[in-house]
Design a protein around this ligand. Structure first.
Ligand code: ATP
Ligand code: MG
Length: 411
């Protein structure tokens, strides 16, 4: 029979890679909780509309990346491609508007039908946060500083750069859009087919294209900064001053737009040059119109999400578990006592490896293999005198101690 395989673009996460991913999520949770964010877990699938109506019907995600299916009841459902739409859906359907601001974070799998390559999977993990109900630039500053503290805590402060831009308010965006359309129409023959199509439906998206021919056209496109109205320019200046004030370095990238329709004002990314084309490890921005667009009230929002696998790939070493203690019974009649001792040590907080079978020599080899620091050797003669042997596996020294003193001796 043919060997069973995982679906293209999906991976089994275990060993060192899993430990790294866990570290990313644990670090993220610890940091954002200090800022008052609380974890939310929304379903992995939602009604298709939750995404199709809100991510923009020309976005890459909606046009070609969603895993949609009809369930047995005939409902169109979609495996979530990103976290924000589901969190905002929950914010509205759970009536959380009553108590603003609301600060939520999440971690979990996302699904996108993409061409698999390094840093691009069909099932991947995001860790992200959303701050709802704050219009002031203080929210932008706080959320970006939180992202920075997060990567700093992963030891990546020197590896990633904060890039930031402002898309301004609706008025500024419209002004920019018409300038951009005029420019792009002059270069229409140089654009990719996708971008010609985008030019009709959502010209801003052309700026985000990954096609080389589009990138060349975009390089000389009008700058967003020149189209910001006074209020938007002030908002952006306030955000930048706030980051300066905290000593957070950033690079204003006038070409930065986000792939989704719902962003306004601040957009930002944390990028690295260590992952080739998949250099964006964390991305976010302000989405003041989204809650209203999804049927809630007028509630401002800002958030970010990181790719856990991409961040994991940047970590040098996975955190190691504490070294275990090996419990080694010698002879049949010491088995029960060995299990009791292992149980006692584990309940006292030690990591314990019980060598299940084999003679003394085999068990000692196993103990070294699991990198045990100490062996607790239980022989029947000693045991009848309520004693056991403790062996330091690094130094090779051993001593006999009273069973009752075991915990004291290990300390
Ligand atoms: P990209 O430009 O690389 O396609 P994106 O703009 O589609 O990214 P977002 O929707 O902003 O990505 O998602 C936030 C983060 O999630 C990304 O910065 C990236 O780190 C990660 N991510 C997105 N898509 C994938 C994927 N297919 N596989 C692994 N990580 C991903
Ligand atoms: Mg993408």
């Amino acid at each position: 029979m043919a060997k069973l395989q995982s679906v293209r673009g999906t991976y089994d996460l275990y060993g060192e890679a899993k430990r790294k991913a866990k570290q990313v999520i644990a670090t993220g949770s610890r940091i954002v909780e200090k800022y008052g964010f609380e974890e939310i877990e929304t379903p992995i699938f939602e009604f298709t509309e939750v995404f199709s109506r809100n991510l923009g019907d020309t976005s890459d995600i909606v046009t070609k990346e969603m895993y949609c299916f009809e369930d047995r009841g005939g409902e169109s459902l979609t495996l979530r491609p990103e976290g924000t739409a589901g969190v905002v859906r929950a914010f509205i359907s759970e009536g959380m508007q009553q108590n603003l601001p609301v600060k939520l974070y999440y971690a979990g799998p996302m699904f996108r039908y993409e061409r698999p390559q390094k840093g691009r999977q069909r099932q991947f993990t995001q860790f992200g946060c959303e701050l709802l109900g704050v219009e002031a630039p203080q929210a932008d500053i706080e959320v970006i500083s939180m992202a920075y503290e997060f990567v700093e805590n992963l030891g990546l402060a020197g590896t990633v750069t904060v890039e930031i831009n402002s898309l301004g308010d609706a008025e500024s965006r419209n002004a920019y859009r018409s300038k951009l359309v005029t420019y792009l129409k002059e270069h229409i023959d140089e654009l990719s087919e996708d971008s010609k199509n985008r030019l009709e439906k959502n010209p801003l998206r052309v700026l985000d294209s990954k096609e080389e021919c589009d990138k060349q056209v975009v390089a000389n496109a009008p700058l967003y900064a020149d189209s910001l109205n006074e209020a938007s320019a002030k908002f952006f200046a306030d955000v930048l001053r706030g980051l300066d004030n905290l000593g957070i370095k950033y690079r204003v990238n006038n070409r930065l737009v986000r792939g989704l329709d719902y962003y306004s004002h601040t957009v930002f990314e944390l990028v690295t040059d260590k992952l080739g084309a998949q250099g964006t490890v964390l991305a976010g921005g302000r989405y003041d119109g989204l809650v209203e667009q999804m049927g809630g009230g007028h509630v401002a929002g800002i958030g970010w999400a990181c790719g856990v696998e991409r961040l994991s790939m940047l970590l040098d070493a996975a955190p190691t578990l504490p070294r275990p203690i090996a419990v080694i019974p010698v002879g049949e009649d010491t088995q029960d006592e060995a299990i009791k001792i292992a149980y006692k040590l584990r309940r006292a907080g030690y990591r314990v490896e019980h060598s299940y079978t084999g003679n003394m020599k085999k068990r000692m080899i196993k103990a070294n293999k699991v990198n045990a620091c100490t062996a607790v050797i239980i022989g029947s003669d000693e045991l009848s005198a309520q004693k056991i042997t403790l062996k330091d596996l690094d130094k090779g020294e051993q001593k006999t101690v009273a069973l009752a003193d075991l915990l004291k001796e290990l300390n």
